[in-house]
Design a protein. Structure first.
Length: 403
């Protein structure tokens, strides 16, 4: 042993009889190994062997050859590819699950926010906001409202109010001398009478610059003011804290901004429209509205007629084509309400070419078919224009169904 480097080659070969080498557990080998003395010479040989193996495996050429062998191994590459694919698939599944869960949570959060807003608006239903009344020294706001009511022809006294107070000066106020006054009535009837008389202010000199509005929540007021800026403000107004859009135009496509504004401001469960003037060339994507299902449609053509119904996405509905007839514009659907009660809705439009007698006969036929179907126990709601009176079952007429 001269200390020089040695390369050791270990070869495993079959014996002459082509039998496998003896098992390491063979007793004879164990005996022989016990008889091998643990001398310094053997320790030196072991150290040289370990050193030679270490140098061989850390040699750059050896590493390069092994790397090439591994990279050119189809088995290894396929194994690595499959492992990576499996990991990526699991990660994608987790991403899809979390994305779906986040979307659901956001939807629920929006719904909770809307419910809170509806609750807040309900608490303000008896309130009015008065703008433009100058601040007076040692003023009594209750007496000021009573005097204004008398001038408008509404007899009021202290017993009619829950509270009357002026809002404090805010940084956004343009005129610090005319802060708004909040008036909360005890009875909705008195509040409505005072609100309905507001147009008389234009005829009284001291009240010409006074405006009376319904008391809206911050969200509703912001949305209301935005819509008035974007659309014709003369067609946007509120009634019972619900914003109303008044438009004489026809065709849903040309009035979609107004419909969108109305649904955003009021969020009714269902909105029934007639004279939509649609045909197959108009895709639902053109008239889709956020938080509402794609509209159920009964089209005629682009020059008149037609029915459509928007239903909020948190309610389930079914279009009942089996009760519709081609020659009549009667859109029939079934909606399931939050209390699990179901209701049949007929959105009816009578064209100029359809007589009242024919429409009554057709409606009577539709109601008869419903009464003989599996939906016979459902309440029926009829909406639309020029609806005739029909004395049959639990029939209700209304222009809008609210939650």
């Amino acid at each position: 042993m001269d200390g020089s480097s040695h390369f050791v080659t270990v070869t495993l070969s079959m014996n002459k009889d082509n039998h496998s080498p003896p098992s390491p557990n063979n007793n004879s080998l164990v005996k022989k190994s016990k008889s091998v003395p643990n001398t310094p010479e053997f320790e030196i040989m072991d150290n040289h062997l370990l050193q030679s193996i270490k140098e061989t495996f850390t040699n750059s050429s050896f590493i390069g050859e092994m790397t090439n062998l591994l990279l050119n191994s189809d088995v290894l590459l396929n194994t690595l590819t499959n492992v990576v694919k499996q990991v990526c698939q699991k990660q994608q599944q987790q991403i899809d699950f979390l994305t779906s869960e986040l979307k659901e949570v956001k939807t629920q959060l929006v719904e909770v926010q809307f419910q809170m807003n509806d609750h807040q608006q309900h608490t303000k239903r008896k309130g009015l906001v008065m703008y433009g009344i100058p601040v007076q020294k040692d003023e009594n706001t209750t007496n000021m409202v009573i005097e204004m009511g008398n001038s408008l022809g509404v007899q009021l006294n202290d017993a009619h109010f829950y509270s009357v107070h002026r809002l404090p000066v805010s940084k956004k106020s343009k005129d610090k001398t005319k802060q708004s006054i909040i008036v909360v009535f005890l009875r909705l009837k008195d509040r409505d009478a005072f609100y309905d008389s507001r147009k008389k202010c234009r005829d009284i000199d001291i009240y010409k610059t006074v405006y009376i509005n319904e008391h809206l929540t911050n969200y509703n007021n912001t949305l209301y003011m935005y819509v008035r800026q974007e659309l014709n403000k003369k067609t946007i107004f509120t009634r019972n804290a619900n914003s109303t859009v008044s438009t004489a135009g026809k065709s849903l496509t040309s009035q979609i901004d107004y419909v969108n504004a109305y649904l955003a401001l009021n969020r009714p469960v269902i909105l029934c429209l007639t004279e939509t003037w649609l045909d197959d060339s108009v895709q639902n994507s053109v008239i889709d509205i956020p938080f509402y299902h794609p509209p159920l449609r009964l089209d005629r053509d682009r020059h008149g007629g037609g029915c459509a119904v928007y239903i909020r996405t948190d309610f389930h509905s079914l279009h009942l084509h089996e009760f519709e007839a081609a020659q009549f514009e009667i859109l029939v659907l079934r909606i399931t309400l939050s209390n699990k009660m179901s209701m049949i809705i007929l959105n009816v439009y009578r064209s100029k070419t359809t007589s009242i007698q024919k429409l009554i006969k057709q409606l009577d036929s539709v109601l008869e078919e419903i009464s003989n179907s599996k939906y016979k126990n459902d309440m029926i709601l009829m909406v639309g224009t020029s609806i005739p009176t029909i004395s049959r079952g639990p029939l209700v007429t209304s222009h809008r169904l609210r939650k």
